[in-house]
Each structure stands twice: as structure tokens, then as C-alpha cells.
Design a binder for this molecule. Structure first.
Ligand code: MN
Length: 506
């Protein structure tokens, strides 16, 4: 692909396009999110491990705690460039430099609306401040990113002047933020093409998702010659968020064949880590990382996928590439091939009429809007085929759980494991966690919990609950099972024991 002239002046620019992650800044600006100190360090570590080139660790001048966090992230000694954010004041910049960051990211509003209503400076004054502050930064730091805040709504002639001033003063990269998410991809392409022509400096973009165009605008900027993209994990950020890391990386790598240096096989894992820390779940239909992205239900689709997965998947993006998994799900459209395959996987071999009867029962459950788990399928097969598959590897005898405000939740279990009595106890973050840890600890094979879903069937504190659990074994095989009842802990235990027994029979 032909792109504009790209200047690699930055020491970390090894790839065609570098990835600058702002999860720790924009994520924190997401309403309802406050990462703990430890979580921020872990996110930074993860980002660095997957090859993110630069990490914006925070805004040191905003609070003492933020300053300590940025300094601590820098002290981790990660491979990524560690950047701190600063307003265009010496005070902010010096606080940032105190953290020993590799790069200072300085910003100033340039659109008339933001300039007049926030800093109240003239266009000329903004140019002077820009030159002064970048000069000051470059005396102390090799890397300086300059952002013209609200760039896309700034008068473009003036914007060029601002960027030329920044480049002339020593900015090592200029950032073009679409601060309120209002540009279109074609306008972004025009803007970046012009900046690339008239300003001698590498270009970075920061796009917001108010109209759902953050990723598209980021890609348009890359097409026009931007050499760095700003992204966040799961698209976190204020309002509708920012360009998503996984989507942006996969579009560049798979569709444009642009090297990013990101370890793509860890995208799903990274997304899940940040989802857990942020408390913001990943919608099942979220591109690249969502639960449904490589799931197939309908008959024709799963038949095609079983022969060649590219029939009903992009092909240029596979679950293996992004650390995901392909799943055939049981639903009201389920086809013979998929069911036959799922049963063969666990050495169940129904005759054709038996298979028809099994499918009919699966469809009946699914059309009532219920999820049909693997465990349900095997139970149906047992009934239809009149066989007893249930030689339980794990037969739970007793479970006791203790929890309270002054104790660590603890669970003890007694179970027959392959016919021999075992006891085990474990602690956890809460009673459910402790109970599941105890079951996993006593399980005859090493398993990892992959999914835990709980729904209350009716309101009120005596509500019935339905727990669905998916576990993965050492071979990467995943099975799901469910449990229900009026006790949340025991329903969870039932679901897990069912899943454990499935996996040990497979
Ligand atoms: Mn922003």
C-alpha cells in the first residue's frame, strides 16, 4: 500500500505503524472506572509484554497519587516508552519530568471554541506558548509529543501553523486529536494528507467514538500517512470512548498488511484483563474479542465452517491469530453436522434417527430462549440413546463454606475422585470464588475457569439463579455446563462439577 512520507525520528519506531496506548489515561476518564494502583501496573506490564510501543501512564500533575503511579510504572523498567501527560505549563511539565518519563505529551486547545472557553488565550498566544513549552521539554527529554487539542474543529490553516511551530520547536511527534469525535474518515484523510505535506514531523492520531467512527478515522489517518495510532483496550474512554486497540491492530495487520509489532495472539487475553479490572463487560458482538466473533450456530454456517473455517469467517482473521477460540453453539437453528461433530468429540455415536431426536430436543429448549450447554446436549443424548454416560469422575459428597466480614472466605470439599475419597479446602475473594477454587483444586484434571455467568430468574433476595460455567482443559478444549437453584454458591458448584465431569469423560 502506498502511504505518505513517514519520518521515523523516534527511537522506538521499529514498525511501520507504532501503537500508543492511552488506556491508563482515557480508561480513567471513563465514568465509573477507577483502576487501583496495582491494576495500573499490571495493565502497563501487559501492554508492554504484547509489544505496545508507548504507554501513556497518566497525568502526573492531576494528583499526588497519579504522580506516584506514573513514577512507579516508569520504575518497572518495561520495554515500552513511558509517557506522561501535561498541560502546556512549566509546572505540569516539571511534575511529569519528576517521574523520569521517557516522553512528555503536552497539549493545548487550538479550536476557537475550546481556546476561548478554556484557556482564554489568543491564537498568537497559543503559538508562543507552544514554542516555549516544547523548547522547555526538549531541554530535559528526547521525546516530546505535542497535541493540538480539538484539532479537527480547529481552523485548518491555523492548525498547520500550530503544528509547524511545534515541529520547529522540537516536537518529535505531533498528535491530531479528534477530541469530540466529529470528523469523517474521508475528511480525516484529507486533513492528515495536508499535515503530512506541510509539516515535517511524524503524525499520531487520537480518535473518539461519538459517532462510532474512532477506528475508521484512525485507519483513514494511517492511509494518509500517520505513523502512530492512539488506542485503548476495549475502546475505553470518556463518552463513547476511543479507538479500540484490538480492532485497530487487526485491521492494519490483516487488511492492510501493515506491521505493528503487536503480539496479536494476546489480544483477547488483554481485553479480558482490562474488562475484569474496569468492570465493563465485553459485549458478545464486540469485534475481534467478543464471545460470538468465532461462534457459529446455524446449520448451513456450521457445516461450512467445519469443512473450511473461512467460509463464514473473514479468513484473514482467525481465532488462533487473536487468541480466541472457534465455537459451535447449540441453538434453535443448529444443524446435523454440528451436533454430530460435538457428540463425536466425546465419543458418542448416535444413529441417524437418534441424531434427529436429539436435534429436535435441542431445538425445543433453544426456541424457549434458553442456552443449551454441552452438558444439556449430553444429557439429551443419554436419554434418547438410552445409555448411561455418567461415570462421574468427580462425585461431590460434602461442601462447607465460611464467609464473614472478618474472615477470608474459605470452602472445604469432600468428594469421590475416580472412586477414591479426597478432601480439599481453598480460599477466595468471596464464597463463590472459594467454593469454585476448592472444586478446581480437587478436580482430577487441571482446569481453568473460562466463563462464569449468573442470572437471577426472578427478583427479590430469594430469587432463583441460573449459573453457566465454561472450563478449559490443558488441551484447550472448552466445555460448558449449568446449575440452578435458590443458593448462588451451590448453583455455581453444581455447574462447575457438571463441567468437570464432562471434560473428564471427553
Ligand atoms: Mn481524548
Amino acid at each position: 500500500m502506498l502511504r505518505g512520507i513517514v519520518f521515523f525520528t523516534d527511537s522506538y519506531a521499529r514498525e511501520e505503524v507504532t501503537v500508543f496506548d492511552t488506556t491508563l489515561r482515557d480508561g480513567e476518564q471513563t465514568p465509573g472506572i477507577a483502576f487501583t494502583f496495582e491494576q495500573k501496573l499490571e495493565i502497563a506490564r501487559q501492554l508492554s509484554e504484547i509489544g505496545v510501543h508507548a504507554i501513556e501512564a497518566g497525568f502526573p500533575a492531576s494528583s499526588k497519587a497519579e504522580k506516584e503511579t506514573v513514577a512507579a510504572i516508569k520504575k518497572l523498567g518495561l520495554d515500552s516508552v513511558i509517557c506522561g501527560l501535561a498541560r502546556s505549563t512549566k509546572g505540569d511539565v516539571d511534575t511529569c519530568l519528576d517521574c523520569n518519563v521517557d516522553m512528555v505529551h503536552v497539549f493545548i486547545p487550538t479550536s476557537d471554541i475550546q481556546r476561548e472557553n478554556t484557556i482564554n488565550k489568543s491564537r498568537k498566544e497559543v503559538l508562543e506558548i507552544t514554542a516555549d513549552i516544547i523548547g522547555h521539554i526538549r531541554k530535559h527529554s528526547d521525546l516530546c509529543m505535542f497535541s493540538a487539542m480539538d484539532a479537527t474543529r480547529t481552523d485548518w490553516d491555523y492548525l498547520i501553523e500550530v503544528f509547524q511551530t511545534a515541529a520547529g520547536a522540537g516536537a518529535t511527534i505531533i498528535n491530531v486529536p479528534d477530541t469530540v469525535g466529529v470528523i469523517s474518515p474521508s475528511a480525516m484523510k484529507t486533513l492528515i494528507t495536508r499535515i503530512n505535506k506541510e509539516v515535517r514531523c511524524p503524525i499520531d492520531v487520537h480518535c473518539h467514538n461519538d459517532f462510532g467512527l474512532a477506528v475508521a478515522n484512525t485507519i483513514a489517518a494511517v492511509e494518509a500517512g500517520a505513523s502512530q495510532v492512539q488506542v485503548t483496550v476495549n475502546g475505553l474512554g470518556e463518552r463513547a470512548g476511543n479507538a479500540d486497540l484490538a480492532q485497530t491492530v487487526m485491521i492494519m495487520e490483516s487488511m492492510y498488511r501493515i506491521k505493528t509489532g503487536i503480539e496479536k495472539t494476546r489480544l483477547v487475553e488483554t481485553s479480558r484483563l482490562v474488562s475484569r479490572f474496569s468492570g465493563i463487560g465485553i459485549p458478545p458482538i464486540q469485534p475481534v474479542v467478543g464471545e460470538n466473533v468465532f461462534s457459529h450456530e446455524s446449520g448451513i454456517h456450521s457445516q461450512g465452517v467445519l469443512r473450511n473455517s473461512a467460509t463464514f469467517e473473514p479468513g484473514i482473521m482467525t481465532p488462533e491469530m487473536v487468541g480466541h477460540r472457534r465455537r459451535l453453539t447449540l441453538g434453535k437453528h443448529v444443524g446435523r453436522h454440528a451436533v454430530r461433530q460435538m457428540l463425536t468429540d466425546v465419543r458418542i455415536d448416535p444413529t441417524d434417527p437418534q441424531l434427529d431426536a436429539i436435534i429436535e430436543k435441542v431445538k425445543a429448549i433453544a426456541s424457549r430462549g434458553k442456552r443449551v450447554t454441552d452438558a444439556d446436549l449430553y444429557e439429551i443424548a443419554e436419554t434418547v440413546m438410552g445409555i448411561e454416560l455418567n461415570n462421574k469422575a468427580l462425585d461431590l459428597q460434602d461442601i462447607a463454606i465460611m464467609t464473614g466480614n472478618h474472615m477470608i472466605p474459605t470452602a472445604s470439599v469432600k468428594a469421590m475422585v475416580n472412586g477414591k475419597e479426597h478432601v480439599f479446602s481453598a480460599v477466595g475473594n468471596g464464597p463463590v470464588d472459594a467454593a469454585l477454587n476448592a472444586i478446581l483444586g480437587i478436580s482430577p484434571s487441571r482446569l481453568q475457569l473460562r466463563e462464569f455467568n449468573i442470572e437471577a430468574i426472578s427478583g427479590g433476595s430469594d430469587a432463583m439463579c441460573h449459573v453457566t460455567i465454561a472450563v478449559e482443559d490443558e488441551h484447550g478444549r472448552i466445555f460448558d455446563a449449568s446449575g440452578s437453584g435458590d443458593d448462588i454458591v451451590l448453583s455455581s458448584v453444581e455447574a462447575l462439577v457438571n463441567a468437570v465431569n464432562l471434560i473428564n469423560r471427553a
